[in-house]
Ligand binder design. Structure first.
Ligand SMILES: [Zn+2]
Length: 87
């Protein structure tokens, strides 16, 4: 029995996910760009070009910006629905 099980210890530095799922087109193409100098976060979908930008608050992580982006998207959708109904 000369086979030794190779122990692969991979130290994977967990990188922040670069792409998020787009609420509009469903592609994993949403990119969060944080501009610390300007204090703004820009969220853009590389597939359908849905985009939004937010003011950055110091403890904000890209995923937080992404959540805002999604909330914003569904929020807008909701408003449109309400507007359509009252028409
Ligand atoms: Zn998209």
């Amino acid at each position: 029995m000369g086979r030794r099980r190779r122990k692969v210890v991979k130290i994977v530095k967990k990188k922040l996910p670069v792409f998020f799922l787009c609420p509009r087109c469903g592609k994993n193409a949403v990119r969060v760009t944080m501009n610390k100098k300007l204090g703004r976060v820009t969220v853009v979908c590389g597939f359908c070009n849905l985009s939004a930008s937010f003011e950055m608050s110091p403890p904000m992580a890209p995923v937080d910006a992404y959540c805002l982006f999604v909330d914003n998207y569904y929020g807008m959708e909701g408003h449109e629905e309400v507007a359509a109904r009252t028409r």
